[in-house]
Write a protein that binds this ligand. Structure first.
Ligand SMILES: [Zn+2]
Length: 125
C-alpha cells in the first residue's frame, strides 16, 4: 500500500515534510478512526511551509498539557484528601470519583493534541 504524505496542518498532500512521531496518542486516534472506518492511512508530516506555525501550536499544547496535568493531579489527590483533613470518615468512592475526574481533565487536553515531530527538534523552525 502506498501512503500519501499529508501535512498535518493544511491537510494537503505534500512531496516532502517533517514526519510526526507515531506516538501512543496518534496510534490511539488512528485505531479509533480505523474502527469507525474513516482512517485514510496517510503518513502525517508537517510541510516546510507550516513548520513555524506547527512549532507555535506545539508549544501552546505543551503549556496547556502542564496546566491540565497539574489540575488533574490536584483534583485526583486533593478531592479525597480534603474531607479527611476536615475530619470526615474515609470514603473509598471519593477516590474512584476523584481519579475519574482527574483523568477526564487530562483527557480534555488530548482534544487539542499536537503530536511531536519524529526528529524531536521543535525549535528548528
Ligand atoms: Zn502544510
Amino acid at each position: 500500500m502506498i501512503m500519501a504524505r499529508v501535512c498535518w496542518l493544511c491537510e494537503k498532500e505534500v512531496a516532502d515534510g517533517t514526519p510526526l512521531k507515531n506516538d501512543v496518542v496518534i496510534r490511539f486516534i488512528r485505531e479509533m478512526k480505523r474502527k469507525v472506518g474513516i482512517l485514510k492511512g496517510n503518513e502525517l508530516v508537517v510541510c516546510s511551509e507550516h513548520l513555524a506555525k506547527y512549532a507555535e501550536k506545539r508549544k501552546k499544547f505543551e503549556r496547556n498539557l502542564v496546566l491540565y496535568a497539574t489540575v488533574g493531579v490536584l483534583i485526583a489527590i486533593g478531592l479525597p484528601v480534603l474531607p479527611l483533613v476536615a475530619g470526615a470518615p474515609f470514603e473509598p468512592m471519593t477516590i474512584c470519583f476523584s481519579v475519574l475526574l482527574g483523568g477526564m481533565v487530562l483527557a480534555l487536553s488530548i482534544l487539542n493534541y499536537v503530536p511531536a515531530l519524529e526528529t524531536g527538534e521543535e525549535k528548528g523552525a
